[in-house]
Design a protein around this ligand. Structure first.
Ligand SMILES: NC(=O)c1ccc[n+]([C@@H]2O[C@H](COP(=O)([O-])OP(=O)(O)OC[C@H]3O[C@@H](n4cnc5c(N)ncnc54)[C@H](O)[C@@H]3O)[C@@H](O)[C@H]2O)c1
Length: 661
């Protein structure tokens, strides 16, 4: 069968041969045993409802084995045989160009070069799933290959509920992931209901098909590291940045450190992942001996060398050793997966990687104790450094939250609402006041032709638009404009593409609209093929997350999620090609609501109308909320937006004189 025929077939009418478990692939850890015997029956019934009853006797055995061995039913046998990668959009079967663009994005999120655990349909973050099982993938691709521009596919946490009649301006796909009744949104609820096959963790861009490989996070981290050095009034050259994690997202840190121009030391406990990042050239050297590492750092400090050094071991050892050796750390952070602390996101110190993996499955209570003990030690070591002047920030991985829950010394002595911790989150100090409040956020695009030449042309177009805009940009946003012009100029040279031909930069509403409009014109003229627009959920308006994206909201509303919900509803009727809303992602199940969109630009007048309407809303929704929370940058930005668009009328806050209290 051709690739197209396999897609159109959906779930095959004959059972494919069972597939051997490939050991050279990075697999998801075994999930903890959580279902009762009765619930296991329910999980099996739920899985088998995708298949004709004549296959049940054979499949029930196999699925039961998967559930026992891995804690989940992935339906490995149904993994397709064709190569999993984003193809030229012209290769996808179907009646709707928009649906074909979505197929391309789905395949990119499962590409072996892109996805963290491709056979378990996990793109990043340890549990960020595109689907929960292969039947869902096959069925979704089939629906997309059949749908017209008068239909909408509804996705319930990975499960394609079906095609419903709609209209050409409606989204082609509406995605929800992990939408729980609030009281059932604890980490164990995810374990249980995911094992039952009725919900999934979509992370931010995995379950919304908008992950573009590590480039997005390289850009965000470069901006963060550059601004962290600005915050401490130090040039990055010769400065030391210490952090951890070489995984899906965290692996971007050494590369970003190199682009920013500092020395990066990064600990990682997983040897396989460390080697991958080294082979990919994302980290320059691997060290296994702490004394040697110290000597190497001193040498780099003396010569102001730009270099990234991986330490194969636990991050706690690095913080402690550098303190004993009195090695000055300028900037410190952490990017272990603490949104997922009990299932492989954070490894205890003093025991091997394998020992931890075993303990996690066989003795989860003891593992939890070890994690919490390590967090207390971790925070104690950081405290020693911050007392000596290190600038430490939480990098959106729930480090401070989990450390506080473990009783670590991370609480502020004089807490105020929103400033409960000793150290800020990167959004409180950097990303919020410098970027989000002004509307700057992660705008990304994918060239659907798959041609590097198209990406090069779009880079040039975007650069030209920003260079024209900076001429008349107000002082308040000059630095952001400059950083992004520099980024886009270096983007080709930095070779950031993994998977689809994608690019990211930070732009405000005006920048996003102007770049998108220029792309659409170039498509119309036939200079480039169609382009998918999107963004990370980690943005101005997309995410309500009290300890991350909205941590610099100080009016108490950071524990509400109205903004993210409004965002996705508003995008959906202003022309998005697909929209998504998720629980979890980044900081953990129950801790965040986040949403996003995808939009196909095909050079048409419809696309131009949609991009203007939707992008304007997509950014200004969040600015209005940030402004109402009295964030000064956002008040400035929303007033500017109202001057540019007379139909925008936003309620502005009045400031209260502190002396009145
Ligand atoms: N700030 C942001 O913009 C941003 C963006 C994306 C993700 N995140 C968050 O960052 C975290 C990491 O994401 P990821 O995709 O890289 O996850 P990941 O699970 O792929 O990588 C985390 C890595 O940390 C390693 N690790 C765990 N404990 C360790 C320890 N004690 N010492 C050394 N290494 C250890 C793991 O082996 C793993 O490779 C997540 O919580 C994610 O939500 C933040």
């Amino acid at each position: 069968m051709t690739f197209q025929e396999q897609i159109q077939q959906g779930i095959p009418s004959q059972l494919p041969q069972p597939k051997p478990y490939e050991t050279n692939i990075n697999h998801a850890p075994k999930r903890k045993e959580i279902l009762t015997d009765e619930e296991k029956k329910l999980a099996l019934k739920n899985a088998l409802r995708y298949f004709e009853p004549k296959f049940h006797p054979e499949l029930i055995q196999e699925f039961r084995k998967e559930l026992d061995e891995f804690g989940r039913i992935y339906m490995y046998r149904f993994r397709p045989d064709y190569e999993m990668k984003a193809r030229d959009i012209a290769e996808y079967p179907g009646k709707s160009e928009q649906a074909k663009a979505i197929m391309l994005m789905i395949q990119n999120n499962l590409d072996y070069a892109v996805a963290q655990h491709p056979h378990e349909l996990i793109t990043y973050g340890g549990n960020g799933a595109v689907f929960s099982n292969w039947a869902q993938y096959l069925l979704t691709m089939k629906y997309l290959s059949e749908m017209t521009d008068e239909q909408t596919l509804t996705m319930y946490s990975g499960h394609p509920m079906g095609l419903f009649p709609s209209h050409k301006d409606a989204p082609r796909v509406v995605v929800t992931n992990g939408m729980m009744i609030p009281n059932y949104s604890k980490p164990d609820d995810w374990e249980k209901f995911n094992a039952l096959g009725v919900t999934q963790y979509g992370q931010m861009t995995a379950g919304s098909y908008m992950y573009i490989g590590p480039q997005g996070i390289v850009h965000g981290t470069t901006i963060t590291v550059l601004n962290a050095f600005r915050k401490i009034n130090k040039e990055p050259q010769g400065g030391l940045f210490v952090t951890s994690g070489l995984g899906g997202m965290s692996g971007a840190q050494p590369k970003a450190g190199n682009i920013a121009g500092c020395i990066t030391v990064i600990a990682e406990v997983n040897p396989k992942i460390t080697k991958i990042r080294h082979d990919q050239g994302w980290v320059n050297e691997i060290h296994e001996n702490l004394d040697e590492l110290v000597a190497r750092v001193r040498k780099a400090q003396e010569t102001q060398e730009v270099v990234s050094l991986a330490y194969l071991g636990n991050i706690v050892e690095v913080w402690e050793k550098f303190d004993q050796e009195n090695l000055r750390i300028d900037i410190g952070s952490d990017q272990t997966s603490l949104h997922n602390p009990w299932a492989g996101g954070y490894y205890p110190v003093g025991q091997s990687f394998e020992e931890s993996n075993r303990m996690m499955a066989e003795n989860p209570e003891l593992f939890k104790e070890k994690v919490q003990e390590t967090l207390r030690r971790h925070a104690a070591a950081i405290n020693k450094h911050t007392e000596k002047g290190t600038y430490f920030f939480d990098y959106g991985n729930a480090f401070l939250l989990e450390a506080s829950r473990a009783g670590a010394d991370v609480m502020s002595e004089n807490p105020t609402l929103g400033r409960e911790f000793k150290w800020p989150s990167y959004v409180q100090d950097i990303m919020g006041p410098m970027c989000f409040d002004y509307g700057f956020g992660p705008f990304r695009w994918v060239c659907t032709s798959g041609k590097p030449e198209d990406l090069k042309k779009t880079d040039e177009i975007a650069c030209q638009v920003l260079e024209e805009m900076i001429q008349n940009s107000p002082e308040e946003i000059q630095q952001q404009m400059k950083d992004n012009i520099q980024w886009i100029k270096g983007a080709q040279e930095n070779k950031l593409v993994v998977g689809s031909q994608a690019r990211i930069l930070y732009a405000d509403a005006e920048g996003r609209m102007k770049i998108a409009e220029a792309f659409n014109k170039a498509i119309k003229k036939g200079e480039i093929g169609a382009v998918v627009l999107g963004r990370d959920h980690h943005d101005v308006s997309g995410t309500d997350s009290p300890y991350r994206e909205t941590s610099n909201i100080y009016d108490g509303s950071r524990f509400t999620a109205d903004m993210a919900i409004h965002n996705v509803i508003g995008d959906s009727f202003r022309g998005a090609t697909w929209v998504s809303i998720h629980n979890g992602g980044g900081v953990g199940w129950g801790e965040v609501i986040n949403g996003g969109f995808g939009m196909l630009l095909d050079g048409s007048d419809d696309a131009e109308r949609r991009l203007k309407s939707m992008l304007f809303w997509d950014v200004n929704n969040g600015i209005s909320r940030r402004s109402w929370a009295r964030n000064e940058g956002a008040v400035f930005a929303i007033k500017r937006a109202m001057e540019a668009e007379p139909n925008l009328k936003v309620t502005l806050p009045n400031f209260v004189d502190e002396n009145l209290f």
